[in-house]
Design a protein around this ligand. Structure first.
Ligand code: ZN
Length: 250
């Protein structure tokens, strides 16, 4: 009888474990795996931090393209795919421009002062660039620098970089990734930005793509967890941002 109870209990426990792993949505698991330092878990449609803070995973609202950028929940962040294979981004594929503001504020700081507390300076071709130390972003960017520093032929694309500034995206209801200390812009003079070449166009108009940044630079950043703004339909080719959830990192 005892053995029976034991086996029965064991089966029920295994079943509960299996149930639990089944109910964590794949996108939530991808997020959890991408930010191991955060020790995130998933429970009842929430991403949960160790201090008990809960971030809504899926708010259940249908959103158009602009709303997906302005009012992104965690699930919306994964509504587009980070495409490293196409020569030019597909229409309205802006994977990474959607950010759950609640999630990013919790990870990196909810005010300029809070974010600043976590900034450290890293060496970048004679510049001292402030970047967040949360999630090891400073270490990942230093690793990028180590790969680029002995490549004089690439230098003109990399000098005069900029990183942290707390601001709303112009004309939009959301914070720029630069507000969190996770974004990094390389040289403006050798970059292309969608609005420069497509003046007066709105977010859903068809636009023309342009890029001058060598893909070698892009691939180095991507290897260390940074997505590239040149893969966005609304391209911003100077822009890199620490988003390991789209790069298959663990
Ligand atoms: Zn930028």
């Amino acid at each position: 009888m005892k053995a029976f109870v034991l086996i029965f209990t064991l089966i029920m426990t295994l079943d509960a474990v299996a149930q639990q792993s089944v109910v964590v949505p794949m996108k939530a698991q991808t997020l959890i795996d991408a930010y191991p330092d955060m020790h995130l878990t998933y429970r009842d449609n929430k991403i949960v931090f160790p201090d008990g803070t809960e971030i809504v995973y899926d708010d259940g609202k249908q959103k158009n393209f602009v709303e997906t950028l302005d009012y992104s929940d965690v699930e919306d962040m994964f509504s587009m795919e980070y495409d490293t294979t196409s020569a030019a981004p597909k229409y309205l594929n802006d994977c990474g421009r959607s950010r759950s503001e609640a999630l990013f504020k919790k990870m990196y700081g909810s005010t300029a002062a809070e974010v600043q507390k976590n900034l450290v300076k890293i060496e970048w071709f004679g510049q001292q660039i402030p970047i967040t130390k949360i999630n090891g972003v400073d270490k990942h960017l230093t690793a990028v620098y180590q790969e680029l520093k002995d490549r004089p032929e690439l230098r003109k694309y990399l000098l005069q970089a900029s990183s942290f500034y707390w601001r709303q995206v112009r004309g939009a209801n959301r914070l720029s990734a630069h507000s969190y200390g996770i974004a990094f812009d390389i040289n403006v003079a050798n970059s292309n930005y969608w609005l420069w070449a497509n003046k007066g166009k709105t977010e859903t108009d068809s636009i023309k793509y342009a890029n001058r940044i060598p893909m070698e630079i892009v691939r180095i950043f991507e290897r260390h967890g940074f997505i590239w703004g040149g893969r966005w339909y609304h391209y911003d080719t100077m822009h890199f941002e620490y988003r390991p959830e789209f790069l298959g990192r663990k």
